[in-house]
Design a protein around this ligand. Structure first.
Ligand code: GTP
Ligand code: MG
Length: 299
């Protein structure tokens, strides 16, 4: 008898939602960076263990929208929270409860959604008493089904958390094949890996103003019989000077971005990748609905 559950992963920016999703799935299906607002769309990650399939919905960190892209990000959190079987609220290992978290708690309560709390990054906590203070601060809030101190980096606590989440599964067909890991097509994952390198290598305002469009990926065999994926990515940025920064001196930055992204793609797709990247300026793309639609930032 097969079982499934849909689980929304919610929380403030940068708390490690996407890192946890990747740790659950065992593969990088969502990009990660040390800058807030890395995730822009709802991304599904799939974990199938025997009869039970868990479908996780990773969401952008809660924020106040400042553009149409921001509106879309906020809506994708709301959408993820409706129609799931449970929510996983991820927080930093500190006793401080932040305003957006208070808002989220209100929404989870209104939706009457069973919620588990994950206190992430416990590997970074030096004093045990700090963690105890954090547990105490959250314990009596909201009526969580359970609280789990975990680390997406070391894997600490994740088995117990997954077992707990699996208990929300109910009798139903599986929604994805048992070997599926994500609902994102390869071209979207490839674009995200390019964006991830920009988040890592460039200063804050530049990567937040970029989007990456990838043509349908062509698969072929080279003369040695190896599978090669041809990936053509166009990086959209908001200003001429940003274009200059992305390309770098004699193209050095763009080369670094594409080499790193290509290596990530090769490990994710298990094939050789031939990646070509172009940079184009499209002012105000974050507020232009037609471009947002093309990029898939629409509900
Ligand atoms: N020490 C430590 N750092 C972590 C852990 N999990 C995530 N991080 C770091 O926290 C930062 C944010 O991680 P993400 O997974 O991108 O966070 P997010 O919540 O998805 O962020 P947004 O998509 O921007 O909302 C990255 O620098 C991660 O490496 C953890 O278990 N321990
Ligand atoms: Mg994220």
């Amino acid at each position: 008898m097969t079982k499934s559950a849909f689980i929304a992963i919610v929380g403030c920016p940068n708390v490690g939602k996407s890192s946890l999703l990747n740790a659950f799935v065992g593969k990088k299906v969502a990009i990660v960076s040390d800058k807030p607002h890395t995730t822009r769309t709802r991304i599904m990650g799939v974990v199938t263990r025997g009869e039970t399939q868990l479908v996780f919905l990773d969401t952008p960190g809660v924020l106040k929208p400042h553009s149409r892209l921001g509106d879309f990000m906020a809506k994708s959190i709301e959408e993820a929270m409706s129609g799931v079987d449970a929510a996983l609220l991820v927080v930093e290992p500190t006793p401080k409860i932040r305003v957006p978290e208070e808002d989220l708690l209100g929404k989870l309560k209104a939706a009457d959604l069973p919620t588990v709390l994950a206190i992430n990054k416990i590997d970074a906590v030096e004093e045990k008493t700090d963690l105890l203070a954090c547990l105490a601060a959250w314990k009596d809030r909201h009526g969580f089904d359970d609280l789990y101190p975990v680390s997406a980096h070391t894997g600490d606590g994740l088995d117990g958390l997954l077992d707990k989440l699996a208990a929300y599964a109910f009798e139903s067909p599986h929604f994805f094949p048992s070997d599926a890991t994500s609902d994102q097509p390869e071209s979207v994952l490839a674009g995200e890996l390019v964006r991830e390198q920009m988040l890592r290598l460039l200063r804050q305002e530049v990567p937040h103003g970029v989007a990456v469009m990838v043509e349908p990926i062509n698969e072929r065999e080279n003369q040695n019989g190896q599978t090669v994926l041809d990936v053509e990515a166009t990086i959209l940025c908001e200003r001429e000077n940003h274009k200059g920064i992305i390309i770098g001196k004699k193209g050095a930055m763009l080369k670094q971005i594409s080499t790193n992204a290509r290596l990530q793609m090769e490990s994710l797709f298990g094939a050789k990748v031939n990646l070509k990247c172009w940079v184009k300026v499209k002012e105000d793309w974050r507020d232009r609905q037609s471009i947002l639609n093309q990029l898939g930032y629409r509900i």
